[in-house]
Design a protein. Sequence first.
Lengths: 167, 343
Amino acid sequence: MTFLFYLLSAIMVISALMVVSTRSPINSVLALIVCFIAMAGHYILLNAQFLAVVHLIVYTGAIMVLFLFVIMLLNLNKVTIPTKTSVTRISAVITGGLFFLVMVAATRLTFEIHPRYPFTNQIGLVSEVGKTLFKEFLLPFEVSSVLFISAMIGAIMFGKKDESKKL
Amino acid sequence: MDWTLYIYKTIFLVIIFLITLVVAMYSTYGERKVAAFMQDRRGPNRAGIFGLLQPLADGVKMFMKEEIIPLTANKKLFILGPSIAMTTAMLTGVVIPWGGTLTIGGREFSMQIADLNIGILYVFAMVSIGVYGIMIGGWASNNKYALLGSIRAASQMISYEIAMGMSIIALILTSGSLSLNDIVQQQHGMNWNIFYQPLGFLIFIVCAFAETNRAPFDLPECETELIGGYHTEYSSMKLGFYLFAEYINMFISSAVIATLYFGGYNMPFIDQLGLSPNVVTLLGSAFFFMKILFLIFLFMWIRWTLPRFRYDQLMNLGWKKLMPLAMFNIVATGAYYYFTVLI
């Protein structure tokens, strides 16, 4: 189990680095897909089979397909990274370093935090997720679904042809 | 460690793997025979008796042909495409219950490789990853026709996945479980889900045709418009992998349909026969394979009967007809359970 954890983590970190380091967008997308599949593996290690499969269906199966779609249709495979001036580079290094500092400080603190609810290995199974969503978090769940519907209607409005201009 | 279980699972996995390959191989033969019968021809009859060695001859032909990778193609992705298509097609069979339990030497062995408690969602996950095989292959070919074919395939699969998932929600409402083994056990005898979910079954089977890219939904490889669709540039065994993956998908989706709607390994009147449990299990598996073979025949029957859809008709059917129907099915099932079971 520990071996699997380290293997999946290594795959995830390497593919996540590849997402930002490869020059062609299509390779970035493929690396991100690998990263997501490894993340689904982590969910399975936590015995959260439902979350793992939903993660695969939603992120890997739907969202990344749309990403790939856009890149293929716009033919973004040409390397279009502009050369940057030294000012941009130096500022990028400083900002990145500062961000890294904040992250290290944050992770140092997490060792002292004790989880409010103890971890149970039932937490990611479908019945538990369902009960939690529909009992404890019913209102946030319904509100977020309303948010989704409004986003969908917005997308349809954008995609709709303008009938008045057609004539 | 429980070694007998590991050894049993490994052997069983290999057996299922081989059965899948053999069924897919002979589906190609079956398809040509069915097509020949419908068009009043003889079909393949040269290799072996009744042409039974034809699939082997085809396989050898595929392997021996020259392998061409176009110069302008993205070589790595060009190879990755068929590999993904084949791998995801083979992975789906893991969760299907191929039979009940066998008792050998006082120990029970389940005829299912993995009884995941989210089995049906696992099938969906594999189907949705399978899209990448076609998309990556079509894009990496660096050919307009291949790209058009792969984009058609991907948009078709995404569109029909929605209606398919919704038709399954109504089924889950009746079964109360996502595990395929539980769903099969609830259909004991003749309590097949098709009698309780006829509309859901219709939606599911139409979507299954679209997901496997078979006629009348074979627009991704529509030869009159797109030459060969996404596999235009492929040759040799890579083309073989794409074609073969289609037949494996057909076999697996027939197995899923038989599991979900036709009672899986359940036989009618099995309790009245008074046979020993092991015989019942084996008979059940045989009956399950008969159902699968009939459904494969149905796939072929429809392919050689119906003409191909036009692209806008396909999208209209998926989004404007099947999806509202599936929603209606969910609401109707939910209302039925609310007013009869719960009160």
